[in-house]
Write a protein that binds this ligand. Structure first.
Ligand code: UD1
Length: 381
């Protein structure tokens, strides 16, 4: 970011995997604005390299105006433990060479947890953006990442009252919880006017409200080829002949390529860049997904969303937004989409503070917390 020189407190902003990139963009922008106004805070952008394909990483940096990382740890693929270990070893080395004043992590991916552990063990305080959310499902690697990260986080920047309540229940003092809103929604609102149709939109004759968008990448849905084939068949039977645009995540592509018959009615495309993906979502009849972040975006865009999971760490997308959890049994898809076609889907509203100003709130708090030299939690334990 070219802001690592100077003497003010240095903040490591950590990004590793696709869903991190939309969360860091508004924070970096707000910090830059404060720097221009004289803030002493310095930023070191650290990419762990967990996602490395252009389509999973580079495209997002370019479209969202994120500067090139100051450091790339280039860890690449591996098992959960291999990735965690590689990130910890490399990030620890970075901190030993050039210590920062704060490690700011976002979301719930492996990079989030691994950097938090490496930092806290060296007594570099940790701030967690999107702290406190819980699915209660320990079968999801993300839930383990959330639990571990939050156990050693000093300052929590939260997206919802439910997250605040989860943290209080876990014994976190109020003075460490900052309800700031949702940085992913900052990015959505800031880029909404630039959403654009992908090239295949006209080639494939897609029309507004006349197709579905689907994303699937959770191991529970895509790793078993028989289960995955059943799921795709159920989708085909529930969408009444409308095309289903299916950007295929690399994990999903592996299972898909091994299926003997390719399911009909699916428009298989590469992972889409941000502006194209959200154009597709905004104009879809509905979205079928197992992602968490997508349910937040559909909530704000007011698009019906069917989630193929039993639990969610983002309950406000269901209680307030347009999202509905139908579980992982493919048989539940048809009745849900029948209600959608009958015009019976809820309209939904937008949760508190999902207003496009969260990055600014975080930057202001960081300046205050680091400027005051406020003691991180660990020093009092
Ligand atoms: C990760 C996150 C998940 C997030 C998802 C979004 C964790 C535990 N999970 O899952 O929360 O919703 O990203 O995409 O961190 N691969 C590539 N190119 C890449 C990146 C990955 O081909 O740029 C391949 C890997 O080799 C691997 C698979 O995709 O086989 C999965 O990647 P991985 O980073 O392990 O986790 P995700 O399933 O992407």
């Amino acid at each position: 970011m070219h802001t690592t020189s100077g003497t003010g407190p240095l903040i490591d902003v950590i990004a590793g995997a696709r869903p991190n990139f939309m969360k860091i963009a508004p924070i970096l922008r707000a910090l830059k604005t404060r720097q221009a106004a004289g803030s002493p805070l310095r930023v070191r952008l650290v990419h762990t390299g967990q996602h490395y394909d252009e389509r999973m990483s580079g495209d997002f940096f370019r479209q969202l105006g994120i500067p090139d990382p100051d450091v790339n740890l280039e860890v690449g693929s591996g098992t959960q433990a291999e990735q965690t270990a590689a990130i910890m070893v490399r990030y620890e080395q970075l901190l030993l060479n050039a210590r920062s004043a704060l490690c700011l992590v976002v979301g719930d991916v492996t990079s989030t947890m691994a950097c938090a552990i490496a930092a806290q063990k060296l007594r570099v305080p940790v701030a967690h953006v999107e702290g406190g959310i819980r699915s209660g499902d320990w079968g999801m690697p993300e839930e383990i990442n959330r639990l571990v990260t939050d156990a050693i986080t000093d300052w929590f920047f939260t997206t919802s009252e439910v997250a605040n309540a989860n943290l209080r229940k876990a014994g976190v003092a109020d003075e460490r919880i900052f309800f700031v809103g949702n940085t992913m929604i900052d990015t959505l609102l800031a880029n909404r006017a630039q959403f654009r149709a992908p090239a295949f939109w006209s080639e494939r004759g897609l029309r507004e409200g006349q197709y579905f968008v689907m994303t699937l990448h959770r191991p529970a849905n895509v790793d078993d080829s028989q289960g995955f084939a059943n799921l795709l068949r159920a989708v085909g039977q529930a969408v009444r002949g409308l095309p289903v645009v299916f950007p295929v995540h690399p994990r999903t592509a592996k299972t898909l390529s091994a299926l003997p018959d390719k399911p009909a009615g699916l428009l298989l495309v590469d992972p889409q860049p941000y502006l194209e993906f959200n154009y597709l979502v905004q104009h879809a009849r509905g979205v079928i997904t197992d992602s968490g972040g997508v349910t937040e975006e559909t909530t704000v865009l007011g698009v019906p969303c069917v989630t193929l999971r039993d639990t969610t760490e983002r309950p406000e997308t269901v209680t307030i937004g347009t999202n509905e959890l139908i579980g992982t049994d493919p048989a539940a898809l048809k009745p849900a989409l029948d209600r959608l076609f009958a015009g019976q889907w809820k309209k939904g509203g937008v949760p508190d503070k999902w207003d496009g100003r969260t990055g600014e709130r975080i930057a202001e708090l960081l300046e205050r917390l680091l400027g005051e030299g406020r003691a991180p939690a660990g020093s009092r334990r």
